[in-house]
Design a protein around this ligand. Structure first.
Ligand SMILES: [Zn+2]
Ligand SMILES: [Zn+2]
Length: 366
């Protein structure tokens, strides 16, 4: 059937709306009518072409309604509300352990731009268009998704707000709750207060962390961080940030959570740890960087890469929605909505930082 989708691979600053032909869902897949899709930094980085082949339809924070079931799909019904998260094989040791973001096939399944058999679900005027980005390619009116990508949500939840739970929010909240396992009375410093960092701030408050230090260059973001639970805010361009953070607790913090790719911040995130502390990070340092190994040894410190908050989307995303319902995770305060047709403006606002988490509304006319 004909769908509207935003295509990357033409050299422009943002994906462009085009009409594409989408095939029917194959065995184990469903067609989703998308209601909304969040824009994540991974989309911004992939748009000019990085890991995935082009032309491609990006988008990996989709929320929508099940419209058509492929052969053998029994866990969902037409009309179910779903949010879309990453794809995974379901069979490797990581998937069996409930850690599908570390699936052995995560790269081909999320960034390969096609099914494992090499086929894609989309076709344009000039031939095949890559699909299945994170198992969803949700910058589109409709998406073909493998069932493992979809998570069923209660119908009384506001579907247009839920997409970012699938990547940005789970990366921050899962990083704190599931990966670092920050607990009551612990101390944490969070570097970068974008959508991921602010989700981490809210989660740290939720678990009862005693000291939540937010670090960013933007006063506005820090103000919002304070509002969402940060106990202390440190401006990223101040002198001696490391000393300041260490003095707040007298001995450094139990955890750091670094959402930036700046090498000096990666060093700082290790430096401010207390003895036996753990530094979690969600973005690799840009360029050359090496940790101070002696300081890590002498302090018994750990450095820990975290993807998708370590979470199992099938159980953790409904849990996050429940926290929201209880008023404990007001992630909707991070969202700015745009009609799908204004994707270029949404991309520009994501790049500039004007919007913390832009969300495209697929059905809204400008
Ligand atoms: Zn993402
Ligand atoms: Zn797997």
């Amino acid at each position: 059937m004909k769908i509207t989708a935003a295509l990357s691979g033409h050299g422009g600053p943002a994906p462009q709306l085009v009409e594409l032909e989408q095939e029917a869902p194959r065995a184990g897949e469903m067609r989703i009518r998308l209601v909304a899709t969040g824009i994540c930094h991974t989309d911004l980085h992939e748009h000019p072409g990085r890991h995935s082949p082009q032309p491609i339809v990006l988008g990996h924070e989709g929320a929508g309604v099940v419209e058509e079931l492929g052969e053998g799909v029994s866990a969902f019904e037409v009309g179910d509300h779903v949010i879309l998260s990453g794809n995974s094989c379901g069979k490797c040791p990581s998937c069996l352990a409930g850690r599908p973001t570390y699936c052995d096939l995560a790269m081909p399944l999320c960034f390969g731009g096609k099914r494992l058999d090499g086929s894609t679900a989309l076709c344009g005027d000039e031939g095949a268009v890559h699909s299945h980005f994170f198992g969803q390619s949700s910058f589109a009116s409709h998406s073909i998704v493998p069932v493992r990508t979809a998570v069923k949500m209660d119908k009384d939840l506001p579907l247009e707000k839920l997409g970012p739970l699938g990547c940005g929010v789970v990366t921050g909240a899962g990083g704190v709750i599931e990966a670092l396992k920050v607990g009551f009375g612990d101390t944490i410093a969070i570097f970068g207060t974008g959508g991921v960092g602010l989700s981490a701030v809210m989660a740290a408050k939720l678990v009862g962390a005693k000291r939540i230090v937010a670090v960013d260059l933007s006063e506005d973001r820090l103000e919002l961080a304070r509002d969402l639970g940060a106990t202390d805010c440190v401006k990223g361009d101040e002198d001696d940030i490391g000393g300041k953070i260490r003095r707040l607790t007298g001995r450094g913090v139990d955890f750091t959570f670094n959402t930036t790719n700046a090498p000096p911040v990666h060093s700082l995130a290790l430096e401010v740890l207390a003895m036996n502390g753990t530094a979690g990070f969600v973005a690799a340092p840009l360029g050359e960087w090496a940790p101070q190994m002696f300081a890590m040894l002498a302090g018994g410190k750990q450095l820990r890469g975290i993807l998708g908050g370590d979470a199992n989307p099938q159980t953790f995303l409904p849990q996050l929605a429940e926290y929201w319902r209880q008023g404990k995770l007001p992630f909707d305060r991070l969202l700015s909505f745009y009609p799908f047709a204004e994707i270029e403006r949404a991309f520009a606002d994501a790049h500039s930082g004007k919007a913390i988490k832009p969300v495209l509304l697929m059905e809204e006319q400008p």
